[in-house]
Design a protein around this ligand. Structure first.
Ligand SMILES: [Zn+2]
Ligand SMILES: [Zn+2]
Length: 428
């Protein structure tokens, strides 16, 4: 390894001093925990390298890609997966993230420092040290090709970075910005999505039936929000706006959006009363209305017409874009509205589609699916619902285009997390 040891050691001492760490104590702790016979250590390292070299051949075909804030990092040694952990060359990745990385050749450990965080990593140890505290590692760091390879997620999270892994294309994405989280909530035979936006704001799209109001309030508070920036009531059916009155009574709201279609139900009137009490701004939305807030946008694609025969087609259909990730919320839009959107020439493409009208036959036509071309389709649907949703024909169409189906009745809450470059779908 080509290293200017003295220079590196000086730099490391400087970090330790700057971070007000007692290096001597840390070193003593380290020695207590890690010191062992040098011959044994050398033997273990040789064995580990041999095991690694043998196993590497199996991993090499995967060609793990690493993105740091969207830019691909060219690594001097190829990353590989071991025990479910991705091991990456420490210096290549963490220097790209702005950390300073040094190697202490005398005591044989690597140190990386950034923003008051100092980590020390020891080859073949199941633990690393963060600001003097020992933390378990899922896989021990390894030396290969004169590089120290470290478990990516544990080290990245130690510095507070976000790490997302896409098994589709073997890509790891590390970012130091906030992520987008779209929670499709398991709310029975109804619809409700809570969105945590990457600028710290939040948005609620529908609030399910009134019986879900308190659960939803608790969910939002649990996520740390006391104010909802954007609320969209897609259309006045009770399975979408039932819980809205409770939400409007429980939170301050920035702007409330809904299509311009009145209804005569008690649920609708209760929502209007709560709106008056909330004093939020109210906006009618239709095709062409955009909420553009860098680095994301929310575009309204429907309703396009002023009148429809069926209430569901008044649904506010919105497309949320955050850099490379798009989510299309179809509410209860049916084939009529879907056709208008296609004929309107809008860019409907989205990674994730919330299927229209709970997966019923009235929606998610083949033409619409082809235009959206989603990789993942979420269906908000109640367990053993009396409507027989989702329709098996809809499920087969989704399967036919090669998209994955996620159902709230089978999976519970479904969360899509995106850092703007890749996204993952998780179950809560
Ligand atoms: Zn409806
Ligand atoms: Zn509905």
């Amino acid at each position: 390894m080509k290293l200017n040891i003295k220079k590196e050691a000086r730099r490391f001492t400087h970090f330790a001093f700057r971070l007000n760490l007692n290096k001597a104590n840390v070193a003593r702790d380290r020695k207590r925990n890690f010191l062992c016979d040098k011959t044994v250590t050398a033997g273990i390292i040789m064995l580990a390298i041999t095991v690694f070299m043998l196993s590497y051949a199996a991993f090499a075909t995967y060609d793990v890609k690493i993105l740091v804030n969207g830019e691909r990092v060219q690594t001097s040694t190829a990353p590989y997966i071991e025990n479910g952990s991705t091991l990456i060359p420490l210096r290549d990745v963490f220097e790209t993230l702005g950390a300073e990385v040094v190697w202490d050749d005398e005591d044989r450990f690597a140190a990386a420092a950034k923003d008051g965080i100092l980590v020390q990593i020891y080859p073949d140890s199941g633990r690393f040290i963060k600001n003097g505290q020992e933390i378990e590692l899922p896989a021990p760091p390894k030396i290969t090709n004169d590089r120290i390879m470290v478990p990516l997620r544990a080290l990245s999270e130690a510095f507070g970075y976000n790490v997302l892994w896409s098994g589709d294309d073997y890509t790891v994405s590390i970012t130091d910005t906030k992520v987008l989280k779209v929670h499709f909530l398991d709310c029975g035979q109804a619809d409700c999505a809570f969105v945590e936006l990457p600028d710290g704001k939040c948005m609620l799209i529908d609030a399910a039936e009134s019986s879900f109001g308190k659960t939803l309030e608790a969910y939002i508070r649990d996520k740390g929000y006391t104010h909802i920036d954007y609320v969209i009531a897609t259309h006045p059916h009770s399975d979408h706006i039932g819980g809205m009155a409770h939400i409007l009574e429980s939170f301050s709201v920035g702007t409330f959006y809904m299509p311009n279609v009145p209804h005569t139900t008690k649920t609708y009137e209760k929502m209007l009363d709560a709106l008056v009490g909330n004093e939020c701004e109210c906006v009618y939305i239709s095709t062409g209305y955009d909420i553009e807030i860098e680095p994301y946008s929310i575009k309204v694609l429907s309703p396009l017409l002023e009148e429809y025969i069926r209430m569901n087609n008044y649904s506010a259909v919105t497309k949320l874009s955050y850099k490379d990730t798009q989510v299309l919320f179809s509410a209860d839009a049916e084939a009529t509205a879907e056709e208008e959107m296609i004929n309107g020439g809008f860019d409907l493409t989205a990674d994730i589609l919330k299927a229209g009208h709970h997966g019923s036959l009235t929606s998610t036509t083949h033409r619409y699916l082809s235009a959206v071309s989603p990789k993942d389709v979420v269906i908000s649907v109640g367990r053993d619902n009396s409507y027989g949703f989702p329709a098996s024909a809809v499920l087969s169409q989704i399967e036919a285009i090669g998209a994955r189906v996620h159902r709230t009745d089978l999976e519970g809450n479904i969360t899509a997390v995106s850092d703007g470059y890749i996204y993952v779908i998780e179950n809560e």
